[in-house]
Design a protein around this ligand. Sequence first.
Ligand SMILES: Cc1cc2nc3c(=O)[nH]c(=O)nc-3n(C[C@H](O)[C@H](O)[C@H](O)COP(=O)(O)OP(=O)(O)OC[C@H]3O[C@@H](n4cnc5c(N)ncnc54)[C@H](O)[C@@H]3O)c2cc1C
Length: 418
Amino acid sequence: MTGKVIVLGAGIVGASTALRLADAGWNVTLCDGGRPGGEGAASYGNGGWISPASIIPMSVPGIWRKLPGYLLDRSGPLTIDWASIPRLAPWLFRFLLAGATEARVTRTARHLNSLLHDAPARHLALAQRIGQQQLVIQKGLLYAYPDRAAFEAESLSWRLRRENGVAFEEWDESELRRQLPALGPNHRFGAYVTKGAHCINTGAYVAGIVEAAIKAGVRFVQRGAYSILTTPTPRVVLDGGDSLAADYIIVAAGIHSGRLMRGLGIKIPLESERGYHVTITSDEVPFDIPVMPSTGKMANTPTEMGLRLSGQVELASVDKAPNWRRAEVLQSHALASYPYLANESQSELKLWMGHRPSTPDGLPVIGPLRQYPGIVTAFGHGHVGLASGPKTADLVLHALDGRQPEREGAFLPARFGC
Ligand SMILES: Cc1cc2nc3c(=O)[nH]c(=O)nc-3n(C[C@H](O)[C@H](O)[C@H](O)COP(=O)(O)OP(=O)(O)OC[C@H]3O[C@@H](n4cnc5c(N)ncnc54)[C@H](O)[C@@H]3O)c2cc1C
């Protein structure tokens, strides 16, 4: 079956979806008020990790005990804007509940695994499809720890990864030094995810996907959606007033999807886990395997632009001004992790803040709305949207074809009563 589709949002999710649907013969219009690959999207500034190991949700048993410490630690990985707490409270409550027991986390990890287990292969194929093979590199990914005890303190996470078939090697101190001499002596143990991949220019990648989609027949309209109408048929009112009709509307507007849903009277819990990056621009980064030092809970990725340090979770409203102190935290962790950076005083720093579109249960929302089957959701990918973008495109295609396998039911908006 094919027909007319409008995709709202040209981040990694919307761009991959538009291309996938066009390749499957659908007549696709892609709308975004911004420039594809531009800084306004989370897809521009993320850590570039395409990790089959990213199956552990943020909310895990015992997190509620750590929360007060995080909130008081100005250099910790997680912070909440105190003024936003009353608004965030229902989301936070559901977030804590989602990780309250090992059984719940085990279930979430299994669902995330279904999205991520073949993410590197999917991205390699996508990069090939758009003629940009050089942007996705498969050299593995390293989770670095101060010592084996710190690794073992995360035993639940690594056990779940093992049970879900994520292949990794344990590196002792001598192997770590041999493989990554740039990493400082404060890391003496590593878990190396052998099949992990990374993207060396996430903005260019998204722009390349949109370009390929246009070549495949997608019509790109550089205007945002003001609202969505459902009767008599699905229709998008664009910013500025014109409207477009289609058989299906795919909502892939990242954090802004919440507003479009609310306009339809649909309440899906979606909040921004704001994150930051600092790119230390240089011609060459002296290592080629991305690293996540457990001390800073951040992704350190060699990119075309230099070393990108990305991380931090800041629960705050979308329109609150960035708190660049969070970016400084990333930088100070990096200085402690890579001694060579002490001599990089010439480098320029590029700072960025973006919005992880996050649901409280740690799973994206993918599939048709029960109330309006012509409206298909494709948002809420939180920490794993880059990695799971191409697979999401396939799930959307299944939804349009009416052949969504049962195992994909975990992502349906129906779980929020929608
Ligand atoms: C600091 C940080 C690090 C991260 N690291 C990783 C990582 O290493 N690996 C990983 O897999 N994920 C990572 N993520 C998460 C990932 O970036 C997101 O999950 C993903 O980019 C979400 O993609 P998206 O297409 O849903 O949203 P976005 O990329 O935000 O795109 C949404 C698009 O919708 C457009 N839009 C908004 N409103 C409208 C409207 N009304 N009409 C039409 N279009 C609209 C926007 O202009 C934008 O282009 C990270 C995120 C952050 C913030």
